[in-house]
Design a protein around this ligand. Sequence first.
Ligand code: ACM
Ligand code: ZN
Length: 543
Amino acid sequence: MKPHRQFRVFASIISLLAGAPWAEAQAPAIIPLPQTTEVHPGHFMLHAGDKILASAGAEETAHYLSAELRRRASVNLDVISQPGPAEVNRIQLLLGDPNPAPEGYTLTVSPGAVIIKARTPAGLFYGAQSLLQLLPTGAADEAIPCVQVEDQPRFRWRGLMLDVSRHFFSKDEVERLLDEMAWHKLNMFHWHLVDDQGWRIEIKKYPRLTGEGAWRKAIGFGLDPKAGTAYGADGRYGGYYTQDDIREVVAYAQARHITVVPEIEMPGHSSAALMAYPQFSCTGGPFTTDLPGGVFNGVYCAGNEDTFAFIDDILTEVSALFPGPYIHIGGDEVPVDNWKKCPKCQARLHREGLARESELEGYFIRRVEKLVHAHGKRLVGWSEIREGGLADEATVMDWVGGATEAATAGHDVVMSPLADCYFDHYQSLDHSTEPRAIGGYLPLRQVYQFEPMPTNLPARYQEHILGAQANVWTEYMPSFKHVQYMVFPRLCALAEVDWSPKDSRQWADFCRRVRADCARLDTLGVNHRSLSDLDEKAPAGRP
Ligand code: ACM
Ligand code: ZN
């Protein structure tokens, strides 16, 4: 039985018992939609004296839940590890559920108790998120509807990428975004730390990467200088994360079951690195970070051995900072003009028996993959890393194709197609009503209708499609408020694409729930695009 159908049956009982308006107000609005939700008559009333009972291993989630309840419902619930009187430990987080799904959970709300069970702390955490979304928004009491939720995610990689190179966002802003991801059960934060317009991660061995590469003369991109606040004491625009900042953000993410995937772009999009260390380019520079959006000749020399030593040193520090299994090395949009003219690159090409410069990119990425593996990590790269021969165990992040070919060749793939997952695109066709965006058109409904599994991919390769990710390229987003505007509500739709069963998607029901979610975001101080043009009666099919 489909969850929405179950919901209607039970909701009608509630309507009879309690009157339709009340029942409507209490209708669960969990995003992403759980696998199954049964709504039962009655509700659980949250009391100030309640305690959260955490079984061994569940304490961290219990403290998180307590903090979020304090934030959202102004109640202060203690966490206990030994059961007290039944009337006190009415909220229970219990590890050891037989549910085989590592991120799955069961949430039972009855008039006398709230019980979340899961096999892992991640599962408990997701159960806690669903519980938080059952709290009424803006109501005077804290009545939580009685439900039985059985849930687990569809995909393993539920991602969001933030570009902090085009504009710099503070550690606190990044942590706020991690919170917002966690509320929607996303689990992969792809941190685009490096691009032409700024290098954002402290590397102790190469201090000029941030001393010079983290800064521009001006905000750039034709923006009003006052549109952003990321100015250094000397008036230059930019900033970077110290290694302590990085450790703090990684720990903050870990506490929310989010893996951080750092991206260190190479061999292209490397003007910031080469401004600081031009000896690793073909031409010797000079390079600048004061660039508009686009593709530039800030490309590492693929013929120079020292380039690989430099990259290895950087990867050594990066690997030590990020405990997750992946390092993203970019690999997109590499112009080969310099490589064509460079004697060292040409000598490499001939020595390796390569026919053309695109194969030199394949050589570059395969060499870097060996370095990544030597640091115990797995390499992720954009679509283009396939072009010169794919590195042995690379994971492909598909933005312009290649998913089916990569998956059938046994490679893992993250789906992030330009048409459906680029949150830098406009949310309306009427640009006069929107803040400036890079172009394109990606309305909420299109994200909601996106299907990550490539059509015709044989079933035996489908496990290689790890999931889907939204990308927030920030050329025209100089403030965090603007980032949130571009992220929400579209991230709600992506969360559902990644988490919920494929056949559960129902646009009208999503519209109801996304309205509730935006009301929650309002109370939590998260900026988002208005839903005033949301059309729940829109016909099926792509907008
Ligand atoms: C990309 O959008 N250049 C990956
Ligand atoms: Zn070269």
